[in-house]
Write a new protein. Sequence first.
Length: 890
Amino acid sequence: ALVRREDYLAPTHWIRGVDLTFELEGHKTLVISRLQVEPNPERAGEALRLDGEDIVLTRVLVNGESVSFRFEAGQLVLDKLPAEPFALEIRNTCAPEKNTQLSGLYTSGGNFFTQCEAQGFRRITYFLDRPDVMSVYRVTLRADARAFPVLLSNGNLVEQGTLENGRHYAVWSDPHPKPSYLFALVAGNLVCREQKIRARSGRDHLLQVYVRAGDLEKTEHAMNSLIASVAWDEARFGLSLDLERFMIVAVSDFNMGAMENKGLNIFNTKFVLANPATATDIDFGNVEAVVGHEYFHNWTGNRITCRDWFQLSLKEGLTVYRDQEFSQDMAGEASARAVKRIEDVRQLRQIQFVEDAGPMAHPVRPDSYQAIDNFYTATVYEKGAEVVRMMATLVGRAGFRAGMDLYFARHDGQAVTCDDFAQAIADANPGSALATRLDGFKRWYSQSGTPRLQATSHFDAEAGTFTLTLSQSALPSPGQPVKQAFVIPVAVGLVGRDGRALALQLEGEAPSGDTERVLVLDTERQTFVFTGLTGLDGVPVPSLLRGFSAPVVLDWTAADEQLLTLLAHDSDAFNRWEAGQRLALDRMLQALRGEQPVALDAALAGALRAVLDEPTLDAAFKELVLTLPSEAYVAERLAESGQAVDPQRIHAVREGLRAELARQLQPQWEAAWAAHGDTGGYRPDALGAGRRALANQALHMLVLQSVASGDAAWPGRAYQRVKDASNMTDRLGALSALVQAHHPLAEPALAHFHALFRGEALVIDKWFTLQALACEHEGRVFERIRALAGHADFTLRNPNRARSLLMAMTQNPAAFHRGDGAGYAFWSAQVLAIDPINPQLASRLARALDRWRALAEPLRAAAQAAIERVAAHPDLSPDTREIVTRALAD
Ligand code: ARG
Ligand code: ZN
């Protein structure tokens, strides 16, 4: 059924207290729920309708007496209830071992775990399963003592002891009222790393990370990240840990990344476990980011939560913004901060922009949904974070902090809306660029689609004026044929032809000496005039949208020489990188339009050589500059300009340019390898990670070039490194270099790697992914993927493993979008196979063909047929049904 934001009604009843008892058994768990219910006077006399799913009711008592009840539309309905507060007791059972959806109470590796966001609690017991019903919980867990020595729930442990028949129990009490989606329990055979800390506030806290026995030596980084998160939130936002005990538990079967349950975060093992032998630098960075993210939810999400699920970005956008800032602060130096920003923007453009242009486009605050789990999207998370970032830009760093303070002063303990958040930030900054345009700004919450920002400029050397005209437009998106103007903060600078940063003085303003300004475009079109620019040597180059100050497509016609100036000199590292990407992208687009074969011309090759040769630049930054825009990004640029997308041609063009990079820059690659190929002892810091990234990129290039030239030395070195590397980043990089180049040594290297890590699930996932992402060559990669689906280690029941092969395949355009449609046929079969097991996982995979309408024929027709094949299935889950229905709607 379609749920609409405008239909929101406060609940008929409040549930103030929840007392749960679990008699844990894998095949059948008994749940006794004792609720303190209070009718909401606003909705006096209405029936109480409790959500429930896949559970069996055994008894209902009101104030200790049995009552009549009925089931309607999947809900348990109690019609005749007291008008005063009353006690409601419900008994029901559920079957954790049969719960393959991994929502609610389920087992993984013989242990019990829960996942309740968004609507899993109703799969545990009947409840008002909505985020605006907040209650204080007391939880009793009873289970076999030998099999389940550890019994955890939210809050504080208040009692434990032994029972008959080898069972034991624990009682947990959480003093903070919370919505049901933040409830959690864990029962199992686990060990933990723990650490006591004294916070700045002077309070003592116990931090714990629970894992399976063999994984304890992979928990140090997660613990360090947690300690750093606690310190960061105190220092940056004045927010302290409000619990005596904070626990993280790792589980290997998990639908998403992690979950911020109050005091008991549950994590996908992928985002907890890390040691140098099994995890890459990227994994270390992800662990830090996700540990931070879930910890920061304790305030932005838990203390202040969402009134309804349409407000999801209230907590997710804000918390992503906070984790991005945390990672930047942890990276330290300005250049490392810029690297993190570039990586975040790359993700945003590759995933969120594509989403915003397709059938699943929705506002940051959606207006309707069929399955809320489908709206845990890049738009709600990443674009939502950009919206928060723009607010911070408009009110300044101190202003944003004041706004956050006001937000907590007003709303701590409440379930609120995105409007409440924006209002608090604006009210704390009266007169600011945000407060004076708040209504217009909030269109970022209500309008979907990525706006296009056009920029043109004119320089009058004699008058010393630089005139910049900015205008905006937005294409229609589902349900939104016309858009109103967005409020777009545009950070700008001017770079002289000699590379100097010029002082910016707006017409009519006193000179300030500032070399960067944030212009605010809040209408269709606006002109800004900078003055005092006399005596310059040549036309200055505008550096627009610095730091990616707004989530828009920048449409600025730039000459190569302007971009080369920015690439060489811009003081804004983001735009320096962006200039290099534009230069490469323009060449690929020219080739794709058939204007000329793809070539690495002397000017661009020279500029890229200069970047690699520049001793003062970070290795991490060099690696980003030298990475060509991805095939997905190129495809989206084509689609946006109305051209049909042929992934095979994009692949060929990009590979052609990559081969030229390998060939023409060979001395630079050799030098990079010599400088960074051995980073010494492993430390997962930004500097070392950057050096390893550049070394691995160099190795890829050198192996690629060796294959072309028939030289055996570099493949031999890579093979040796697969065997004797001292960390996973180097080992995987070397393996990838051989696999990407389709070198004969790739096969023995893959076999060696698999044998080394047979028992390490997360590493075997990498082994699958690496093969699924290999550079497609004569259809061999796709054939390999299809064969790997039958490998003894492959299973659809473990989400990480399923994703490691199948999601990876959909991210390999040339392998997936085959001319004969075999990729699509395989995809539809996998979606249909997963859907009855795990709808959330199936519906994510189902989104892989969202952009089918942009494809060139015959791919377009083949993709449509594949989606129709899925849609024709009568018993699809609501999750997958929503995705394919939207994909096929016109
Ligand atoms: N709140 C979690 C996070 O962002 C995500 C949980 C989403 N779960 C789901 N089934 N949709 O950290
Ligand atoms: Zn989150």
